[in-house]
Structures are given as structure tokens and as C-alpha cells.
Design a binder for this molecule. Sequence first.
Ligand code: DAK
Length: 258
Amino acid sequence: MTYEYILTETPAPGVGLVRLNRPQALNALSGPLMREVFDALEAFDRDPEVRCLVLTGSDKAFAAGADIKQMEAAGQVEMLSGDDFTDWSRLSRLRKPLIAAVSGWALGGGCELAMLCDMIVASETAKFGQPEITIGIMPGAGGTQRLTRAVGKALAMEIMLANRHLTAQEALHYGLVNRVAPVDSYLTEAIQLAEKIAGMPGVAAQMIKAAVNKAFELSLSEGLDYEKQSFYLLFGTEDKAEGMQAFVAKRAPQWKHR
Ligand code: DAK
């Protein structure tokens, strides 16, 4: 499939990469661009040769938010009934681990898009913010919830009410990102992390992702129950048998990802 606003590649074994490619608008997240992102990530999610996904933008901008020029003409009805703003939940349904490689601006929907990923590798120039209030609206794709959980109430309020930006180092300090790397190597580091994850048994990786995300949805006892059921299910996989046999035989495991 050919895309207009994104590029796709498989830069390392088991890794599917999607790059936002609308540089003239700092990767503003228009409806057509987001549809391509969802389609490409879902295609990698279905591809048995791919076990970890990476989403990135350019060195200058991961994404400067939803497309303000598209939203300017929209009223309540268009926003409520159009696909463009309801579909973002498709990202939460991806089963394979998804890493955001973020450099430059990650504002508004760009910050929310990064936070929808499972991990974030940031470049030293990454700047995270939720500036929606400066155009008369508020975060609508998870900012008030995910950012607050990541950095705490007081700082989240300041970011959203006073348009404070977080630097990459601040984001690292608060646990919003996994690591910070120089601009010329952040994407390589993200791909290397993805390759490492892609080299793990795939079914276990998917179940770990699902269980960790449940920690944000369920009570502790419900989450522990969910974890236990998933744990037992993995004892039915070929990779469990292989992993334990390989350990005992002191050899490297050969994963089948089933
Ligand atoms: N939309 C459209 N165009 C944008 C844009 C955006 N968000 N951000 C930048 N651009 C365009 C600029 O208009 C300019 O285009 P031309 O004038 O050259 O045609 C070009 O990109 C370069 O931008 P600048 O000239 O402004 O570049 P600077 O380096 O001077 O400034 C900046 C960079 C990132 C500080 C600035 O561009 C900026 O403030 N951008 C807007 C940031 C912003 O307010 N973002 C939040 C948008 S609201 C939802 C899903 C998503 C959302 C909500 C709900 N649902 C699923 C329900 C998300 C909402 C938002 O993100």
C-alpha cells in the first residue's frame, strides 16, 4: 500500500517502523494522516514477521498536534460524528509493543500520541506540551488523564493551564520517557530497543503489554487476577516449553512465537 503522509519500513528483524512525513506542517495530525498511521500500525500488528512497532516523526517535530487548520472550520457536530477524532482508540487495541521515538515538538495531540505508545525514546531536543488552552480548547485524546498519571496532578495542571513545556530531561525525571539520546542516535536507540523486544517470545510480549496496561484500568486485586490468568495461559505455548528446556540444557532458545 502506498501512503501520502507517512513512510513505512522494517529497519531491523521483527521491527515495523512508521514515520510521520508531513514536514511542511510539523507533522500536524490531520484526519487523512491519522488514518494512514492507524492502517500502517494495524498492518504491522497483523504481520507475523513483525513483533515490535516504532512510531516516529522528524528530528524537528514528532507532531505539533492535531491539524488546527482542519479543526478551525469544524463545529461540535463534525467533531462528534466524524471519524477523524473518534478513531484514536484504534491505537490502544494494538497487541504488539509500540515505541515512540520523539524528537522536537510533541504538542497537543502529538504529546497524546506519544503517550498512547507503550514506551518513549526521546531525543535531547524533545519538547512535550499540551497547549490546547491557547487556542480555546482542552486536551481531547488522553492528555488530562495520561499526563496526570505520568507526572502528577500539580505539574499536569501547570502544563495544561499555563502551557508549560517539558524538556526531554524533565520528561525522563518524571518517568514519561524511557531514555534520552542525542538527536543523531535517538531513532537508532529506539530501533535497537524494538529489535531486542522483537527477539523475545512474541506471545509472552503481547501478554505482558496487555497486563501492564490493565494496571491503569483495574483495581489491584482485579489486576493480579488478570496477571495470574495470563501467566497460566503462557504454560500452553511452545515458547514456554522451548524456553525452559533451553535453560535446563544450557543452550540458546529458538522461539517460534506461538
Ligand atoms: N496544525 C496545523 N498546522 C500547523 C500546526 C498544527 N497543529 N502546527 C504547526 N503548523 C504549521 C504552521 O501553520 C506552519 O505552516 P505555514 O504557515 O508555513 O503554512 C508550519 O506548520 C510551521 O509552523 P510554525 O511557522 O508555527 O513553526 P514555528 O517553529 O514558528 O513554531 C510551534 C512551532 C510547534 C511552536 C507552532 O507551530 C505551534 O504552536 N503549533 C501549534 C501547536 C498546538 O497548539 N497544538 C495543539 C493543537 S490541538 C482528539 C485527538 C487529538 C486532539 C484532540 C482530540 N480526539 C481523538 C478526540 C488534539 C488536539 C490538538 O492537538
